[in-house]
Design a protein around this ligand. Structure first.
Ligand code: THG
Length: 369
């Protein structure tokens, strides 16, 4: 079978490097291939938690907003207080519709003269352009030639320091610098979809992806670098949200574990503010929580990582399990779920409907680790 590149299936600047590294599993994300595995999940998990891994996350596309009204426009699109945000700072934000449904959960970067929404998998460019035109903001909006390459793991900081110099060690979480590596223009940010520490190199010239990949891999040899990808087991352990997997088209940020990042009482107006204030007043119907799932007597499960399953309290359905994995460090099957608030707050025992039958599960706060 051939995958035919087109505007519907765009090629990452790191694609050739990824194929040469032996990618085995991919998915589609923002109309791009997103690598998931190189065929050895145990080695990939170990590399991420004990050494350093390189990930092609070019599919985390940017929507750039630039112009005289950029500050006001980006605040209007974002359900979080941006009034104190500095140049060189990133923030994890929720982008909601007028009914408070979460449309995307980007990392927002404030550059010297523009913003980037670094996106999860939904068509935010269409939404932003429509809002801008309807509200008459004086900004331009486009998707720039910018492709993140993640370097994740406990040894990532040593590797990045070797490449860029000791000053990068002082970068705080989600802060970044505009820099270059052998003339390759980059934004270097302390970020990434794991809790193992690390950086993202936002490549600003798609013709130089192979070169950048090779420079990082060469410098990473002494740290045992190898290819990897956003890791489902590690991100469940860490309680990181996968928008689209752990949300439905109707989820609000409180059901997605993002309460901490939503500021409903700021002076500025933003889309969804009134709806989110109403949800705060009544309390969300469901909460995002962890589950530790008991092994079935007699063996393994046929669950794969994005299988959803219903969650019960006795005969009553109380929620949905949305992602599940075996945690090598906890030696347990763990999951994330959206469960009725009263059940989560009481910590009631629940059962998950697995393909092999019901399994007992314990509500556990996130993160697991
Ligand atoms: N990097 C970049 N773009 C991205 C992601 C990324 N776009 C899509 C997706 N990931 C966005 N989603 C998340 C979800 C969680 C985090 C980052 C991006 C994250 N959360 C921490 C947490 O929840 O503990 C820290 C949040 C905080 O303290 O502010 O890191 O990974 N470029």
């Amino acid at each position: 079978m051939n995958l035919v590149p087109s505007p519907r299936l765009r090629t990452s600047p790191f694609h050739e490097a990824v194929v040469a590294a032996g990618v085995t599993d991919v998915t589609v994300y923002n109309k791009m291939l997103l690598p998931l595995s190189y065929g050895d999940p145990a080695a990939e998990y170990r590399r991420l938690t004990e050494a350093v891994a390189i990930w092609d996350v070019a599919a985390e596309r940017q929507v750039e907003v630039r112009g005289p009204d950029a500050d006001a426009c980006v605040q209007y699109l974002t359900a979080r207080d941006l009034s104190k945000m500095k140049h060189g700072q990133g923030k994890y934000v929720a982008m909601c519709d007028h009914d408070g449904r979460i449309l995307n959960d980007p990392v927002l970067l404030k550059l010297s003269d523009r913003y980037w929404f670094s996106l999860a998998d939904s068509d935010v460019l269409l939404w932003v352009r429509a809002v801008v035109r309807e509200r008459g903001f004086d900004v331009t909006v486009h998707e720039p030639d910018v492709s993140p390459l993640a370097v994740q793991g406990p040894l990532a900081e040593s590797l990045i320091t070797d490449l860029f110099g000791p000053h990068v060690a002082s970068l705080k979480y989600f802060w970044f610098i505009e820099t270059e590596l052998r003339g390759i223009p980059l934004v270097l940010c302390r970020s990434g979809w794991s809790k193992q520490g690390g950086f993202e190199l936002f490549l600003q010239d798609g013709s130089r992806g192979g070169e950048l990949w090779d420079l990082v891999v060469e410098a990473g040899q002494k740290y045992g670098i190898g290819p990897g990808a956003p890791n489902n087991a590690e991100r469940i352990e860490s309680g990181l949200l996968s928008w689209g997997a752990d949300t439905t088209p109707d989820s609000n940020p409180f059901e997605a574990g993002m309460a901490h990042y939503v500021d409903v009482d700021i002076p500025a107006d933003f889309i969804g503010k009134a709806a989110l204030q109403r949800i705060v007043a009544t309390g969300p119907a469901r909460l995002f929580t962890g589950l530790v799932i008991e092994p079935l007597a007699g063996g393994a499960t046929s669950w794969s990582m994005h299988d959803r399953a219903q969650v019960f309290n006795g005969s009553e359905r109380v929620g949905t399990m949305s992602s599940v994995a075996y945690s090598p460090r906890l030696e347990q099957t763990i999951a994330v779920a959206q469960i009725r608030r009263s059940v989560v707050e009481a910590g009631s025992p629940v059962e998950v409907a697995s393909p092999e039958g019901r399994r007992q599960a314990t509500i556990t706060p996130l993160p697991f680790i």
